[in-house]
Design a protein around this ligand. Structure first.
Ligand code: IPM
Ligand code: MG
Length: 355
């Protein structure tokens, strides 16, 4: 297969980690006979510096012409004082909206090799953690109308959803649950919000089509509590944009290894943008200290979800696991008795396992 991939290294450690992920993709290509062609583009703070805007039109165009997008990270203190529409984060919203990436998959997986990093007590976490948060990504309060009163002493943000928007993400949730442990938890605030009542009605209406999946509804405040009380009750969580933003941070933090977690943002045709869930960590940028594993696992998600290359995706995930088994660690996941390596060496080790 021949594939075109848009690379958006972004800011801070973004370029460091994307470089390692590309090495792994090239290794996959060499072993399994695929060719990956790359087009590198600007987004985030580096785009503001170079072009004056966080998401140049050429970047969006290049992404649209590609088969998938790999993003490092955007943002940093340098651009924190800019106005809302000029902030690096605007690039992310522009890419999500502009590319129609409504389905955000955020796995929270605790690697058994790193179980010491888990933030919960051993008796609560038991034999690990494997939750998939399915977050709606192009609707709700993130994309609703917002504004200030003329006097500037009042402000509003609007949360709006159509049945169509709810149905397509909830179906994704059911389909993913079907391939896992078959439990879907739909999270809303239906005791208060009208959008949540529409959400719950929609979930209930389509649920009979997925009668092999056990469905639960939770209010978002209760879900936040249950995640730390008994995370094992969860398999797949499906929820709207902002609830998903918050709950996915909570779920990922339970694993204690934010440098390990990938994410995918998908369109209906499986075109997708892939990125680590962590930020740009400007303090360690360019120092060969960043953990490239979350980005490398994002590449595995790309192979799995956009290109349906299951064998190749499994190979990348197995390579990561085997490098961890051998005791190799970057600084962020280092513990006693393990062997510390830098960004590039970690990339090389994973490449050597793929080969
Ligand atoms: C995320 C981030 C973004 C979001 C920000 C940076 C716009 O927190 O991807 O979860 O809120 O969606
Ligand atoms: Mg977030």
């Amino acid at each position: 297969m021949k594939m075109k991939i848009a690379l958006i290294p972004g800011d801070g450690i973004g370029p460091d980690i994307v470089q390692e992920a590309v090495k792994v993709l090239d290794a996959v290509g060499a072993v399994y006979g695929h060719s990956f062609e790359y087009a590198t583009c600007l987004a985030g703070g580096c785009a503001i510096d170079a072009t004056g805007v966080p998401l140049p039109a050429t970047t969006l165009e290049t992404c649209k012409k590609s088969d998938a997008v790999l993003l490092g990270a955007v943002g940093g203190p340098k651009w924190d004082k800019l106005a809302g529409s000029m902030r690096p984060e605007k690039a992310l919203l522009g890419l999500r909206g502009g590319l129609g990436l409504f389905c955000n998959l955020r796995p929270a997986l605790l690697y058994k090799q790193l179980s010491a990093a888990c933030t919960l007590r051993e008796d609560i976490i038991g034999d690990g953690l494997d939750i998939m948060v399915v977050r709606e990504l192009t609707g709700g309060i993130y994309f609703g109308e917002r504004g200030r009163s003329a006097a500037g002493d009042a402000a509003y943000d609007t949360m709006a959803y159509t049945v169509e928007e709810i149905e397509r993400i909830v179906r994704k949730g059911f389909e993913i649950a079907r391939k896992r442990r078959k439990i879907l938890t739909s999270v809303d605030k239906a005791n208060i919000l009208e959008t949540s009542r529409l959400w719950r009605e929609t979930v209930e209406r389509i649920a009979p089509e997925y009668s092999d999946v056990t469905l639960n509804h939770l209010y978002v405040d209760n879900a936040a509590m249950q995640l730390v009380r008994n995370p094992h009750q969860f398999d797949v969580i499906v929820t709207e944009n902002m609830f998903g933003d918050i709950l996915s941070d909570e779920a990922s933090m339970i694993t204690g290894s934010i440098g390990m977690l990938p994410s995918a943002s998908l369109r209906a045709d499986n075109f997708g943008m892939y990125e680590p869930i962590h930020g740009s960590a400007p303090d360690i940028a360019g120092k060969d200290l960043a953990n490239p594993i979350a980005t490398i696992l994002s590449v595995a998600m790309m192979l799995r979800y956009t290109f349906s290359l299951t064998k190749e995706a499994d190979a990348v995930e197995a390579a990561v696991s085997s490098v961890l088994d051998e005791g190799w660690r970057t600084g962020d996941i280092m513990s006693e008795g393990m062997k510390q390596v830098g960004t590039k060496r970690m990339g090389d080790l994973i490449v050597s396992k793929v080969k």
